[in-house]
Each structure stands twice: as C-alpha cells, then as structure tokens.
Design a protein around this ligand. Structure first.
Ligand SMILES: Cc1ncc(COP(=O)(O)O)c(C=O)c1O
Length: 404
C-alpha cells in the first residue's frame, strides 16, 4: 500500500485503500466469493495457523472488504478497520469485544435510539450495566465513572439533538479510569472530525450514512488504533458473523471518493438552511452546530472543521405543526436515515428514537416536537423554497392545530 500520509484529505478520499490489482484495474475488483481456493492442503493449513497471509473465507477477510477497511482506517487516522453488516453490528462488535458480565458502560444519553436499546436489552441480559449521562457535561461524565467502567461511548454530535461532547476531555477522564473511549462519528464523517486525534481509542460509523452517501447500502465500520484491539475485534466479528458483504463494501469504497466534495456541499447548504429556519416566525428553535446560538458552538470549532449536514428544529406549534410540515414537503423526502445525496426529513420521537421510550428520550432532550433534517446536495434554493412552502401550509392550518 502506498504512503498517503502527506496527501490532503480530498486526495486521500480518492486514493486510500487502493492497491495494485489484477489486469491493472483502477478500482478494487468485487470479489463476490464466499471462499478462496487453497494451493494445497499445506497452504490451507498454514493460512488457518496464521503462518501465511491470504484469504480463506469471506466472513474472515475478503480483498474487496479489506480495501474499503484500509481506506476508512486511513481517513480516520487509525491502525485498521473492520467492515460490519450495519452500524448496529459495528456497535455490537465494540460492546461484545470489550465487555463482560459485571462491567459498566458510560454512554451519551443523546445517541441513536437502537444504541440505547442494544445496551439496555441485549447487553443488560449478559450482565453489562449502562450509565447514561449528558456527555456534554464533563462533570456528569466524571461522576459516572466507576472502577468497573470499561467503555465510554460517545456520540458527537448526538443523534438527534446535535449536542456536542468534548472528545479530548472525555478521553482524559476515561483514560485516568483505565476505560476506553469509543466515538460514534456517523454524523460528522472523517471529513469533518477525527476522534482519534482527540484521544479516542475507537471510532465507529454507520456506513449507511455519509460514508457511502447514496442511500443504497446498509453497513458499518469500526476503526481501531492498535493491533491487539484489531485482533480482538476481528475474532468477535468472525464469531458473531456480522460482516459487510463485498458488493456493499465496493459501493461504500466508491462513495468515499466523493466524501470530501459531498461533505462540503452538505455543510454549506445546511448553514444556509439553518439560518433561514432560525429567522422563520413559525420556528421555535433550530439546533445546528454551525449556528452561534448553538450552546456548544465554540467546542464545535475546536473539534470539527465543518458543522455537518444535520439540522434539528422545533416549530412553535409543536408536534402537530411538525406533522403538517413533514406531510407538505415535496422535494425533501419523509424517510429515516441520513447522510445521502437526497434531503430527508423525519420525526425522531415516533421514528428513529421510538424504541428508547419516552423517559429515555426526555433524558436525552429528544422532545416530541423535534423534527430532523438531513440536508442533501440538491440546490440549496430549491430546498429552502420547499421548506418555505411547507411552513406556509403550517401557518394556513394553524387554526386546525389550535383545535387539536
Ligand atoms: C448515529 C448513528 N449511529 C448508528 C446508527 C446505526 O446504523 P445502521 O442503521 O447502519 O445500523 C445510526 C442509524 O441511523 C445512526 O444514526
């Protein structure tokens, strides 16, 4: 693999993970095979014994998947990466590898809903206890640390409130307690934020979002900093089986090439939309890390180089008005997920964060009226016009809302 360390991130997006391939193929070929033929019985035995390097079986390692993993490890500044079947499989790989019965996890209270549920159901069933705290408040993180806390799991910006947690300071607190820090970097992508630079030990992504960027893949990835963690995680992934498929890995690798360009557009459009929404009379508040009104604006400037494509906001007339808005948009599509080229709008309390239950949502600041927007790469004026015509409908239907 060539040394790309001196190259700019834009160039790395195009070239990372790319090696010399058979027939001079410029892109990694799709090795859509479940298994690999051994040259001899001895060859097979020595591959299994780890005496020789090579491919055995796709659940264990596959060249197309490995090319994507190498690319993402390089973009995140990690040692190696592991391609998983989904973002949830990535989180599960982290928890199942590092935690045993009797251990504790400290986790951000504003995280993707099923991450909470994974910890409070499956991991709990195996004897792992979780303390959910507002990780934007360092005192809360400090107070939550226990001798048996093995992992601090941070999502920053948090889904969907977009609150920001100080990865550098949290890493110091965790390391002083001999705990590891894992960061869900899905909302920012390595184009905007590299948690490892701030001391995090593990980074994960839902590849389904910005890294693939085209809403046609479900996948996940875990990036680690050292060989021992990589070996441990690879064993877990091999045994639990939640690996990504070669074709999906190929698509993600293709998506990575335009990551930098796409993130620039997501960011420039999102700030324009956030500014417009903030001034709109029907809007109660807007949460976007690039707005000066965001409570963690300064921290964001330290930690990421762009503020991302995600906006959350609440309308003055609450949930009923939000429903009218979501039913009235024509260009923005009413769908969960995020990070694709097309703009999506959704309602976290009844959709992505429904499984958490109301109490956990309230603890994470996820109010019933909150609407989440994933800003795509369409022309920004078209998006603003669409949102404005939908907000006009909210205004027209205000008397109907008041009678609800
Ligand atoms: C921040 C975040 N992390 C993890 C996930 C889970 O990813 P997946 O749906 O690929 O399992 C999501 C999904 O929306 C997410 O938004």
């Amino acid at each position: 693999m060539k040394d790309h360390s001196k190259l700019d991130f834009q160039t790395k997006c195009v070239h990372s993970g790319i090696d010399e391939y058979e027939f001079g193929s410029v892109v990694p070929p799709i090795y859509q095979t479940s298994t690999f033929k051994f040259k001899s019985a001895q060859h097979g035995a020595s591959l299994f014994a780890g005496e020789e390097k090579g491919y055995i079986y796709t659940r264990m390692l596959n060249p197309t998947i490995e090319a994507m993993e190498n690319a993402i490890a390089e973009l995140e500044g990690g040692y190696k990466a592991l391609g998983c079947a989904s973002g949830m499989a990535a989180s599960h790989t982290i928890f199942a590898s590092l935690l045993s019965a009797g251990d504790n996890v400290v986790c951000s209270s504003a995280v993707y809903g099923p991450t909470t549920t994974l910890l409070t159901t499956i991991m709990k069933k195996f004897g792992v206890e979780t303390t959910f705290v507002n990780t934007s408040d360092l005192n809360e993180v400090n107070d939550a640390m226990k001798p048996n806390t093995k992992v601090v799991f941070v999502e920053s910006p948090g889904n969907p409130t977009l609150c920001i947690s100080d990865i550098e300071e949290i890493s110091k607190i965790a390391h002083a307690n001999n705990s590891l820090v894992a960061v869900d970097n899905t909302f920012m992508s390595p184009a905007l934020q590299n948690p490892i630079l701030f001391g995090a030990d593990i980074v994960m992504h839902s590849l389904t979002k910005f890294l693939n960027g085209h809403a046609d893949v479900v996948g996940g990835v875990v990036v680690v900093k050292d060989e021992a963690t990589y070996t441990l995680f690879r064993k877990t992934l091999n045994q639990t089986g939640g690996v990504i498929d070669p074709f999906n890995a190929f698509l993600v690798h293709r998506g990575l090439k335009t990551l930098s360009l796409r993130m620039d557009k997501h960011c420039s459009s999102a700030i324009e939309i956030a500014n417009r929404l903030e001034k709109h009379p029907a809007v109660k508040y807007v949460s976007y890390p690039g707005l000066k009104s965001h409570p963690h604006y300064q921290l964001g400037l330290k930690q990421h180089i762009g503020h991302g494509g995600m906006i959350t906001f609440e309308l003055k007339e609450g949930l009923e008005a939000g429903k009218i808005l979501m039913n009235s948009v024509k260009l923005c599509q009413l769908a969960v997920s995020l990070g694709g080229v097309e703009t999506l709008i959704q309602h976290p309390a009844s959709m992505t964060h429904f499984s958490m239950g109301k109490d956990a949502r309230e603890a994470g600041g996820i109010t019933d009226g909150l609407v989440r927007l994933s800003v795509g790469i369409e022309n920004v004026n078209d998006l603003i016009n669409d949102l404005e015509q939908a907000l006009k409908k909210v205004n027209e239907l205000k008397p109907a809302i008041e009678s609800v």
